[in-house]
Design a protein around this ligand. Structure first.
Ligand SMILES: [Mg+2]
Length: 169
């Protein structure tokens, strides 16, 4: 079970990921989690550094798609603000939303990486699909009540999977 929860890589945040390094690793498409990965939970829009990071990724020729379990109009608005397509109400870790994202980006599993802050939705889902998975720290401690339940479970394994991922790097 644990092996499905270990990310390929760990980074403190998306801003710590060098876009040219992703390209050097063969990544041509990025599946991005929204809440607490690209924006703090319930924040109305992305910060300037995140906008700039998305711009740098785009300039490197890497496609992006936001995949979120959230389905609010805010989710779509943030996608528009970043000029990145959104697959909402994705029911992660079930892989259909990630598959839809790869279809939109025109990438295969081996050239796709997923960035997310949750082990049991983002990392598990990405590993099941066979894309590279990058775990980041959540941008805020606020989140949905349902997420808080999953977080309790996650706390049991998170330190261990981060340690194993860091050892791989
Ligand atoms: Mg998240």
């Amino acid at each position: 079970m644990l092996k499905w929860l270990i990310p390929s890589r760990y980074a403190p945040s998306v801003l710590a990921l060098d876009p040219s390094g992703l390209v050097a690793d063969g990544i041509r498409g990025l599946i991005l989690d929204l809440d607490n990965t690209m924006v703090a939970w319930n924040a109305p829009g992305p910060t300037e550094p995140v906008r700039q990071w998305v711009g740098r990724v785009r300039d490197m020729g890497v496609r992006m798609c936001i995949v979120s379990n959230n389905f609010s109009s805010r989710t779509q608005a943030i996608g528009r603000a970043l000029n990145v397509p959104v697959v909402a109400a994705a029911v992660k870790p079930i892989p259909w939303g990630f598959r839809r994202a790869m279809a939109l980006m025109g990438t295969q599993a081996q050239s796709t990486a997923l960035i997310g802050d949750q082990v049991f939705t983002d990392i598990l889902g990405g590993n099941l699909l066979g894309v590279r998975t990058i775990l980041v720290e959540p941008l805020s401690t606020q989140e949905f009540p349902t997420t808080r339940l999953i977080r309790r479970l996650e706390r049991l394994v998170r330190a261990r999977v981060v340690q194993l991922a860091t050892r791989r790097q």
